[in-house]
Design a binder for this molecule. Structure first.
Ligand SMILES: N[C@@H](CCC[C@H](N)C(=O)O)C(=O)O
Length: 278
């Protein structure tokens, strides 16, 4: 199987193009190939497929073999891949996702290669039961989740995939590995959840670290950054546009007041291309 190793701010993927549909063994392949020591190593396996509704279709399998509805960093990688490999022309295209519908994308091209991508990530879902959580409220703000006797206040946001945003005083020193997995699998979240821990520094800048559903700690999460901006604006902590600083770098996120849509801008990069037994 031919693949290209790509990343968006260090959130890395094995990108496969040329298939007509997701293979039956996609989950097994993701677990084997994403393994950091026995495989290629990645946070997810991404397929670029044909679409009847958009220019391309993306499917993403987390490194634990579970399928995610959406992935912000992967969609930027897909956009770069199809442009730089001549599968798409121009600077605008659409990509269909499993959980967030068809997403329009605008490319910033430098020397013939995509450097930055702006994705229309759609409208955030704030209804608790739809995120989903077990909480019947809209929005879910200031509710508590209890883990091992510690209470975390959270905001729930779906960007096609589920997120729970928790504010902490010092995100850099926060023990992500201790709390992330317990929150990810808490019964309040019926389809598990991506957990963002955030520290707000100003109305225009937030530091965020993520524990991803199905992938653990990653260097960046595009949908998580969108969820963090939406949560921070809803809680009155930031404006509707801010820089979300992740371990792998910065994303610029804007939640448009008129359309209610969230726009994410950030880079995508190729690491190398290769061939692997699949
Ligand atoms: N890294 C991603 C999100 C990938 C999917 C996530 N782990 C899930 O299961 O929802 C991003 O950049 O958005």
């Amino acid at each position: 199987m031919e693949f290209t190793k790509m990343h968006g701010l260090g959130n890395d993927f094995i990108v496969v193009a040329g298939e007509q549909a997701l293979p039956d063994n996609a989950a097994e392949l993701a677990i084997r190939l994403c393994h950091r020591f026995f495989g290629i190593g990645a946070d997810g396996l991404v397929y670029i497929l044909p679409s009847e509704k958009a220019d391309f279709r993306m499917r993403i399998i987390n490194s634990d073999g579970s399928e995610a509805e959406q992935c912000g960093n992967a969609i930027r990688c897909v956009a770069k891949y199809v442009h730089d490999n001549g599968l798409a022309s121009g600077t605008k295209l659409t990509i269909e996702t499993l959980g967030a519908g068809v997403q329009p994308v605008v490319l910033q091209v430098e020397d013939g290669q995509v450097a930055q991508v702006t994705v229309d990530m759609g409208r955030p879902i704030l209804n608790g039961l739809d995120v989903p959580t077990t909480i019947d409220a809209n929005p879910v703000i200031g509710h508590s989740v209890e883990v091992d006797g510690r209470e975390f206040k959270f905001t729930a946001v779906s960007m096609g995939n589920p997120h729970c945003v928790i504010y902490v005083d010092d995100v850099a020193g926060f023990d992500l590995a201790a709390w992330g997995p317990k929150l990810e699998t808490h019964p309040l979240f019926p389809r598990k959840i991506n957990v963002e821990f955030a520290t707000v520094h100003s109305r225009g800048q937030v530091d965020m670290r993520v524990w991803e559903r199905g992938a653990g700690p990653t260097l960046a999460c595009g949908t998580g950054a969108c969820a963090t901006l939406v949560s921070s604006a809803l809680n009155g902590l930031t404006d509707r546009e801010a820089t979300i600083s992740l371990a792998g770098g910065d994303l610029r996120i804007r939640w448009d007041e008129t359309s209610d849509r969230v726009y994410m801008t950030g880079p995508a990069a190729v690491v190398y291309a290769g061939t692997v037994d699949a």
